[in-house]
Design a protein around this ligand. Structure first.
Ligand code: SF4
Length: 377
């Protein structure tokens, strides 16, 4: 099973922490939708014999599209690809776009999963992040969306400057009060060249410390596990039956095609990434050329990616798979490197699977880096 990711590179305004690819000029929206449909057509041969199980609208802000535009893109996927009977179709949406009218339209469309960028239920956090929506809109849209959609995920950000543990707990409790089955939660990171990086540089903001951030994660983890969620990936918590199929497929190294500026693709052998410039993307597609650069992954790259994603997830890393896919040397190496973390109770071996413990999950990236191969091919 494979997935299709559609990148919608528009946002109403730039959030202070964001380094994704988007434009705040909506002038090219119509031309972009046309180009995205065309890219879907141009790449259909890549999925010959494959079935598409998930379609994901990410961004940017996909909810700035009209519902007809979203339907047009889904129709293009169905026209050029073999889509399973009941695919998961997710739309990332921002609260300020989710009026009752829009939610009704979306509920009547093929979209069956909403991923809503709430980030925080507190005004001061939303202002600091320069989100378009306010706290009232965050609650209102969630109330409305829950009436029409069963499969809803929200994003929440922790580790924000001045965010007390108490405020973070209130954010989690508020999210739970809506009965949603999935939460994606990320630590705020200060990315270079963002407004947030400038505020930090100018001394206007002091980022949360690593200890504070880890404490936020621990509270999140404890609270959501008690509420019946599984932490199936370091940043993703879902009730059974509500894990994101799209994201799970990425973490399990399944194939996906990403269309749109800056979208990434993976075919099992190579990774590709499209140009991250809207006008150049549209121009190139109009000439029937997909503006993509590719990198063929070496065995070492694939091993490193598998270890990195595996340790971040509930599925862990299969030692027999490492041996079969990469060779016994890799298995010996991973076990040798894992030893000290096993002694520190950050990793454990469960049958054939090497996994992070509850304590180790937050540190998964650092642990994985120690398990990476550098020179062996
Ligand atoms: S809405 Fe999302 S993609 Fe757009 S600027 Fe904000 S964080 Fe970035």
């Amino acid at each position: 099973m494979s997935g299709i990711y559609i990148h919608i590179p528009f946002c109403k305004q730039a959030c202070h922490y964001c380094d994704f690819h988007f434009s705040t000029t909506m002038g090219k929206k119509e031309a972009m939708v046309k180009a995205l449909c065309k890219e879907l057509e141009l790449r259909k041969a890549e999925f010959l014999g494959e079935q598409v199980a998930t379609i994901y609208f990410g961004g940017g802000t996909p909810s700035v599209l009209e519902t007809e535009e979203i339907e047009q893109l889904i129709a293009a996927v169905r026209e050029y690809y073999d889509v399973v009977d009941n695919p998961e179709i997710t739309l990332e949406a921002n609260p300020d776009d989710l009026s009752e009218e829009k939610i009704l339209q979306l509920a009547a469309s093929p979209i069956n999963r909403l991923s809503i960028g709430i980030q925080s239920f507190f005004e001061e956090d939303l202002k600091l992040m320069n989100r378009v929506h306010n706290a009232l809109e965050a609650e209102k849209c969630l109330q409305l969306a829950s009436e029409y959609f069963d499969n809803i995920s929200i994003d929440l950000i922790y580790g924000m400057p001045n965010m007390t543990l108490d405020r973070w707990k209130q954010n989690i409790d508020k999210a739970l009060s809506f009965g949603i089955p999935h939460i994606s939660s990320y630590a705020l990171t200060v990315e270079p060249k963002t407004a947030l990086a400038k505020f930090v540089e100018d001394g206007l903001i002091t980022p949360a410390t690593d200890e504070e951030t880890q404490e936020h994660f621990n509270v999140l983890n404890e609270t959501l596990l008690s509420a019946g969620f599984d932490c199936y990936e370091i940043s993703n918590f879902g009730k059974p039956g509500y894990y994101s199929q799209n994201n799970s497929a990425y973490w399990q190294q399944k194939k996906y095609i990403g269309v749109g500026p800056s979208a990434h693709s993976f075919d099992g052998v190579q990774r590709g990434w499209n140009i991250n410039n809207n006008p150049k993307y549209i121009k190139s597609i109009a000439q029937n050329i997909v503006p993509m650069e590719v990198e063929v992954l070496s065995s070492t790259d694939k091993y490193n990616e598998y270890v990195m994603t595996g340790l971040r997830t509930i599925w862990g890393v299969s030692l027999s798979r490492i041996s079969t896919e990469f060779g016994p040397k890799y298995k010996e190496y991973v076990l040798l490197q894992a030893n000290k973390f096993i002694e520190e109770h950050l990793l454990f071996v469960d049958g054939d699977i090497l996994k992070t413990t509850k304590k180790g999950m937050f540190l998964a990236d650092g642990i994985a880096a120690d398990l990476f191969m550098v020179n062996l091919k």
